[in-house]
Ligand binder design. Structure first.
Ligand code: HPA
Length: 274
């Protein structure tokens, strides 16, 4: 049985055999946001099941393939479909691809997700730049023996979301006239959505948006010293005193509505990356 480090090297070597570019960015496409991959000029598309040690994607609307190609003329890798804790994976499995991207030489990680809005000033369809997070998954991807080759035992989280990338995204949003909210993202395991009492609690502790992903990937990116930025699409409003039922089709529909703006923002960012 090879260790985590060796598994990462094996997966990266597999990708590199078919695609020799060094990605300027690795992009993770969240629920309902997969069509962003259509902007990428594909060079190699790898179904997850072909990549050594990659988990398989089971979530609805997640395709389960790694798209390697160019966006705005720059080499990128994109995950069409991510892994969630509620699918039954360990957080170490969920974050395996992030470590492979680091091994491939990616210099930036861009994460997207569909999230519920807790801040009453938000509207369904808004984009929110994640400024910080609260981990309520009850778990952490770094639990277990630490391999110093991957990162340090106690990574500092004071600037988890790269300040330079955040500033660039805010500037580009201004230039493109794309409204961009900012706020704190809280991660819960799901898969059930939250109760009104839980939304009240989440708002009280300082969260602006809630979702079931992203936080494990950010923790591992910080551990790997891979600069990361993350954007939520607010797909439904989670206001405890005016809570309306929400279904997956509604969440997917809202994500698809907001997607063109997100695509433009990410494409502009990739074009400006060093
Ligand atoms: N909770 C509530 N609403 C949501 C979520 C969530 O985790 N994700 C997308 N909309």
């Amino acid at each position: 049985m090879s260790g985590l480090y060796e598994q990462i090297q094996e997966a990266a070597a597999f990708v590199r055999r078919q695609w020799q570019s060094t990605p300027v960015a690795a992009i993770v496409l969240g629920t309902g946001l997969g069509s962003l991959a259509a902007d990428i000029v594909p060079e190699v598309v790898l179904p997850y099941e072909q990549i050594p040690h990659f988990p398989r994607s089971t979530a609805p609307s997640h395709k389960g393939q790694l798209v390697c190609g160019t966006l705005a003329g720059r080499p990128v890798v994109a995950m069409e479909g991510r892994f969630h804790y509620y699918e039954g994976y360990s957080l170490q499995q969920i974050t395996f691809p992030i470590r492979v991207f680091k091994a491939l030489g990616a210099s930036t990680l861009l994460l997207t997700n569909a999230a519920g809005g807790l801040n009453p000033r938000f509207r369904k369809g808004d984009l929110m730049l994640i400024e910080d997070h609260i981990n309520l998954l009850g778990d952490n991807p770094l639990i277990g023996p630490n391999d110093e080759r991957l990162g340090e035992r106690f990574p500092d989280m004071s600037r988890a979301y790269d300040p330079t990338l955040r500033q660039q995204l805010q500037q580009l949003a201004l230039e493109e006239r794309i409204p961009l909210q900012g706020g704190v993202f809280v991660a819960l395991p799901g898969p059930s959505l939250e109760t009104a009492a839980e939304y009240r609690f989440l708002r009280t502790i300082g969260a602006d948006a809630v979702g079931m992903s992203t936080v494990p990937e950010v923790i591992v990116a910080v551990h790997a010293r891979l600069p990361v930025a993350a954007i939520s699409v607010i797909t439904d409003m989670c206001l405890p005193d005016a809570l309306a039922p929400v279904s997956l089709p509604e969440i997917l529909h809202a994500a698809q509505q907001a997607e063109p703006l997100l695509r433009r923002l990410i494409t502009r960012l990739v074009a400006t990356l060093p």
